[in-house]
Design a binder for this molecule. Structure first.
Ligand SMILES: [Zn+2]
Length: 163
């Protein structure tokens, strides 16, 4: 059977900012209010649980915390975005503008874009890694689905087999 966590109700939320390559409104630095819904399919364990929900929530919150109040930077090609690393700052050229941002404010991600699709794939991958940590979870879980909302009624969803 499945168990689900509803991000808005379970406080699985984070706020972060990004810049989208291009010329529209999203080409300016702007925030998103994200929330994460998670569905797990698995077998009952000897305590009649599919998963320990407290542990699942804490694993999700740990991933949310890596995004919280950060400016996200993806691995866009150099034709789109140029990044120079300095001691305490990144110099980021994008959309014909130059941003000099403290490293402490940046979450530099090794993903090809900051579109909701790539963010959802990243989030689900991180959570799948946490679920495979058998000190926290047993291996009776066989399927994970992550839905990542970026607000405005827009979300990405991905299902992953864990066996
Ligand atoms: Zn955006």
């Amino acid at each position: 059977m499945v168990v689900e966590l509803i991000g808005k109700e379970a406080d699985l939320i984070f706020e972060c900012m990004h810049i989208v390559p291009g010329r529209g409104d999203c080409s300016r630095i702007h925030p998103h209010f994200h929330y994460v819904d998670v569905l797990i399919n698995g077998e009952f364990d000897d305590k009649r649980r599919i998963i320990h929900l407290y542990n699942l929530k804490s694993a999700i919150k740990k991933i949310c915390a890596t995004f919280e109040d950060k400016i996200l930077i993806a691995d866009y090609p150099a034709s789109v975005q140029k990044i120079a690393e300095e001691a305490l700052h990144y110099r980021i050229e994008i959309n014909d503008k130059l941003y000099i941002i403290p490293k402490a404010d940046i979450f530099k991600m090794e993903i090809p874009s900051l579109n909701i699709e790539d963010l959802t794939v990243y989030f689900a991958g991180e959570l799948a890694c946490a679920l495979k940590n058998r000190e926290m979870f047993d291996n009776k879980i066989d399927y994970l689905e992550v839905t990542l909302s970026e607000g405005h009624g827009q979300r990405g969803k991905i299902g992953m087999n864990l066996k």
